[in-house]
Design a protein around this ligand. Structure first.
Ligand SMILES: C[S@@+](CC[C@H](N)C(=O)[O-])C[C@H]1O[C@@H](n2cnc3c(N)ncnc32)[C@H](O)[C@@H]1O
Length: 273
């Protein structure tokens, strides 16, 4: 059982931000804009904001003044989010930001009061079923739309193919679903779990694929992703270690030569209560 609190490195978030921006489903942002009342400013709460990449992507796609409330339990990431604020809005309206140190596990509906939109990105797979169930109830209690992007779904395609790919992928998925002192993490099951939980409570849920497509232009991200992917697989299945060394070397050589293409599956959810 893992007892660590999962901390996310700011370098990793910076490296993935452009690929995240390319991957998120634009039509869900458009649906959000079409459905939002004209006039009045938006109050957007971003849960597990990290360094604030969601706001930097979404704020310029939405019209009208926006106030973003950025929540994270990691004070170092929050400090970065506060200085690299998003905006301006699509029509040039101002975007303001407030950073709040929040543990989602103890967040209350009153912490989200006044929200006109709730967002999260690359968060759901880090939660347990109980934590996600609670978050679903909390968000629906506010009554505004909820945009949840970039939850991993356990699909990885690597070109050229290698006979170890499937074994490493299975060990990685098992690592994502590992037991922690908070319970078992949902990992690749989180998007389906969330969609079902929202629908059970009567909400409409739109689901879109939002894969990373990493080619030669993303070779640094592909190499970093691959290193983390294999590392997690080896932690889960230590007996993989011997076979993994030459495999990892081969793959990293391919990445630096621009010969590695990776598609990492994600799902985006727009929830309309
Ligand atoms: C993979 S990062 C994604 C960050 C950002 N949303 C993005 O897309 O770049 C997940 C973030 O969720 C935060 N997080 C995870 N569990 C949390 C919790 N229980 N309370 C508050 N923040 C949490 C982490 O600190 C981290 O910043």
């Amino acid at each position: 059982m893992s007892t660590e609190e999962i901390r996310v490195s700011p370098n990793w978030l910076a490296l993935r931000e452009p690929a995240d921006a390319e991957a998120r489903a634009l039509d869900l942002a458009e649906a959000l804009e079409l459905g939002s009342p004209t006039g009045g400013s938006k109050v957007i709460h971003d849960l597990g904001c990290g360094t604030g990449s969601m706001g930097r992507w979404l704020a310029p796609l939405l019209a009208g003044a926006q106030h973003w409330v950025l929540h994270d339990r990691d004070a170092d990431l929050l400090a970065l989010a506060a200085v690299d604020a998003p905006g301006p809005a699509a029509d040039g309206a101002p975007v303001t930001v407030e950073a709040k140190r929040t543990d989602l596990a103890s967040m209350q509906v009153r912490d989200l009061s006044g929200a006109t939109l709730i967002t999260a990105s690359a968060l759901l797979d880090m939660l347990t079923a109980d934590e996600l169930d609670r978050l679903v109830g909390l968000c629906l209690g506010v009554g505004c739309p909820i945009l949840l992007t970039l939850s991993v779904i356990g699909s990885v395609e690597i070109t050229p193919a290698d006979r170890l790919d499937r074994r490493v992928a299975a060990a990685f998925d098992a690592h994502q679903r590992r037991m922690t002192n908070r319970g078992r993490l949902l990992g690749p099951d989180a998007a389906d779990f969330a969609a079902e939980a929202f629908r059970r409570l009567g909400a409409e849920v739109l689901v879109r694929p939002s894969p990373w497509r990493l080619g030669p232009a993303h070779s640094a991200l592909a190499a970093e992703w691959f290193t983390g992917w294999v590392g997690a697989a080896r932690e889960q299945e230590p007996e993989l270690a011997a076979g993994c060394e030459p495999y990892a070397r081969r793959r990293l050589d391919q990445a630096s030569a621009g010969d590695l293409a990776v598609t990492v599956g994600h799902a985006d959810l727009l929830v309309l209560p």
